[in-house]
Write a protein that binds this ligand. Structure first.
Ligand code: NDP
Ligand code: MG
Length: 380
């Protein structure tokens, strides 16, 4: 049995991972990290009695929990998840924490040369270069959970790289894809949280509405598959049935097709890329009668271009963009920033923070804080 830790166990990806682990005797869940939803801990330990270590953000109630579960090691605080990843014995980790907070745990797992099932795309957006170096030095491995990247990995496994014309990254376009930028005045958090095809955590749902998520996914794909943004074509595909794929030089496509359900990509990642289902080969996209594909408009969704520039510049750019975005999304969700202003905040913060080629964790963390501070000034 493979010993597994699950970081972000109470979230959207975390709970779907738990569904799969419950039915899979290849894994023994030995550690979990959560954020604030501590009321979930007793039922999670009862459901998975193999849990030896738990991390949570708040210290309150920790003595009560320790009394209830004397054999479990508890960690708390912002560094709890990474300390758990450092001190627990495990073979593989799922990182489903949201945001910059996921980077240090990813570094911890890969510093041990372990297998990382990665949902936390921000780890690569902010620390792609650092993570690349760690994998080279320590021999760890990433299996992506993000549906587009799991799809691309599936498609790549069946072809020769020299036959590839483009990597095709699909995007639902979010709930406002048919609205002009002018029409975006008055968008409320409830409107932006109503994603047409995927049910996800709040932060990624807002990132989908601005297409910041697609920009981050371009960066993620470039780091994961060692490609450049020019190797990728983004298509708006509102039905979310094609999860991404490859166009070959002969004009045909290899695509991952199936319903929008994250259990599939998570299972694919946990199987180390063995569980290949849903691949379709078509000579033209018109063969997929239930799917529409449209070019995306860079002027309508400026966040994608900001991500591409950040990837090209490297250094502190990913940290600055991601930190500004996390703060801008929080401000929007708190009603302190209009939806339409999110991208403007990103542009302004990137202009204010000078380029620094450094990519050590302490420096990335300092640029994350600086970007949040600069972005916060735009809130009212
Ligand atoms: P959720 O908001 O649903 O869940 C986030 C998880 O992270 C929760 O368990 C939360 O704990 C925990 N968490 C938050 N902050 C911290 C912290 N500082 N330390 C430790 N744990 C923390 O997010 P999603 O599941 O939607 O997304 C998780 C990641 O997966 C993101 O990076 C997202 O981009 C990526 N992803 C998600 C997809 C989806 O379908 N949801 C699809 C593809 C990628 P608590 O709730 O207890 O506070
Ligand atoms: Mg995705």
């Amino acid at each position: 049995m493979r010993r597994l830790i699950l970081l972000g166990a109470t979230g959207s990806i975390g709970t779907q991972t738990l569904d799969l682990l419950e039915k899979d005797d290849a894994f023994s869940l030995v550690g979990i990290a959560i954020g604030h939803r501590k009321s979930a801990i007793p039922s999670l330990i009862k459901r998975f009695p193999s849990i030896e270590a738990v991390s949570l953000l708040d210290k309150d109630n920790i003595e009560e929990l320790q009394g209830l579960f004397p054999k479990v090691r508890f960690y708390f605080g912002e560094d709890g998840a990474s300390r758990l990843a450092n001190e627990t014995q495990y073979d593989e980790a799922v990182n489903a924490i949201v945001g910059f907070a996921g980077l240090l745990p990813s570094i911890e797992v890969l510093s041990k040369g372990k297998v990382l099932h990665l949902a936390n795309k921000e780890s690569l957006v902010v620390g792609g270069q650092l993570i690349g170096r760690l994998i080279k030095e320590k021999g760890g491995r990433i299996y992506p959970i993000d549906s587009e990247h799991a799809a691309i990995a599936k498609c790549l496994s069946s072809i020769d790289r020299k036959d590839i014309d483009k990597v095709i990254l699909t995007a639902s376009g979010g709930p406002f894809r048919l609205m002009s930028r002018m029409a975006l005045n008055g968008i409320t958090p409830a409107m932006a949280l109503a994603h047409p095809t995927w049910k996800m955590g709040n932060k990624i749902t807002i990132d989908s509405a601005t297409m910041m998520n697609k920009g981050f996914e371009v960066m993620e794909a470039c780091y994961l598959f060692d490609i450049e943004p020019e190797d990728i074509d983004i298509f708006i595909h509102p039905q979310s049935l094609v999860h991404s794929g490859i166009r070959l030089k002969d004009g045909s496509y290899i695509l991952d097709y199936g319903k929008a359900d994250m259990h599939g990509p998570i299972a694919y990642s946990l199987s180390h890329g063995e569980k290949i289902e849903g691949i379709r080969k078509v000579s033209s996209l018109d063969e997929l009668k239930d799917c529409d594909f449209m070019a995306y408009d860079p002027a309508r969704f400026p966040a994608v271009g900001l991500a591409i520039d950040s990837f090209k510049q490297k250094g502190n750019r990913g940290a600055a963009l991601n930190g500004a975005n996390e703060m801008a999304v929080s401000l929007f969700l708190e009603g302190k920033l209009p939806f339409k202003e999110i991208e403007k905040v990103l542009e302004e913060v990137l202009k204010k923070i000078p380029f620094d080629p450094a990519s050590t964790y302490p420096l990335l963390a300092s640029y994350d804080s600086l970007a949040r501070q600069e972005a916060k000034a735009f809130g009212n």
